[in-house]
Design a protein around this ligand. Structure first.
Ligand code: HPA
Length: 243
């Protein structure tokens, strides 16, 4: 079972994506069990749902190390991660796509490194999202005719609760334009294992204090539902574009 590319999804559903699920025994790693994986039909690609097949692992409970170790064992060299996020930048609207170029990690208490195992010590992290994978996401979006915001700073919060308006104001002062719960430690673990990793964010709500009222779950589900089809086209173009 070897694959070149991984698609890591979660809250954002990828229409028509996963094929045959990988058996539970194969998901076992020295760091615990990977959340859920399935073959991606017709491509040298494996799909991981970080939240599990039924969404059972909330962001703070995802076994990020097991997921990334499983991908490494599959021979994966590059990963496209998909994130549902809140928009901090007021020029972002629900349903917008963005390719973050940097991040700030506000998470705590997560198993966040393989060091000193796996021969890992310090990693370079001046560019946390791989530039060539980012470029390929941008090109895939272009071919698919999907508008994307190129660049953004993803502030990664601990969850599972959403943020307060004051927290979002502080994150904005820090330079964050997007807020989500899953890019860390995923991005750092990918770097530790030498997997070229970048992602595409789908803005599913205005961040706390940025919209007209409380963040509404039904509204989010609506945005997710209408973003599913363009997202699946973007991913298909990304895979067709090759490495
Ligand atoms: N905050 C954190 N994570 C999120 C949000 C948010 O507003 N929307 C989707 N994921």
């Amino acid at each position: 079972m070897t694959y070149r590319t991984a698609i890591i999804g979660g809250t954002m559903r990828l229409a028509g994506s996963p094929g045959k699920a990988v058996g539970a025994e194969e998901l076992a790693t020295p760091f615990g069990r990977a959340s859920h994986a399935a073959e991606y039909p017709g491509a040298d690609t494996i799909f991981v749902n970080r939240h599990g097949a039924g969404g059972e692992f909330l962001a703070h409970r995802v076994n990020y190390r097991a997921n990334m170790h499983f991908l490494k064992r599959c021979g994966v060299r590059e990963a496209l991660a998909v994130f549902a996020v809140g928009g901090i930048d007021r020029t972002l609207a629900d349903g917008d796509f963005a390719i973050p170029h940097d991040l700030i990690d506000y998470t705590w208490g997560r198993e966040h490194t393989f060091a000193p195992e796996e021969g890992v010590r310090h990693i370079e992290f001046g560019e946390p999202f791989d530039a060539s994978v980012r470029a390929r996401i941008r090109q895939a979006a272009g071919r698919a005719g999907i508008a994307v915001r190129d660049g953004g700073v993803y502030g990664v919060t601990q969850g599972p609760r959403l943020e307060t308006p004051a927290e979002i104001d502080r994150m904005e002062r820090d330079g964050c334009t997007l807020v989500g719960m899953t890019a860390m430690p995923e991005a750092a673990l990918a770097r530790e294992l030498g997997i070229a990793y970048a992602g595409v964010c789908v803005v599913v709500n205005p961040a706390a204090g940025r919209g007209t009222g409380a963040i509404d779950g039904a509204d989010i589900r609506g945005v997710i539902a209408r973003s599913e089809e363009p997202l699946a086209r973007l991913v298909a173009e990304f895979l067709e574009g090759g490495g």
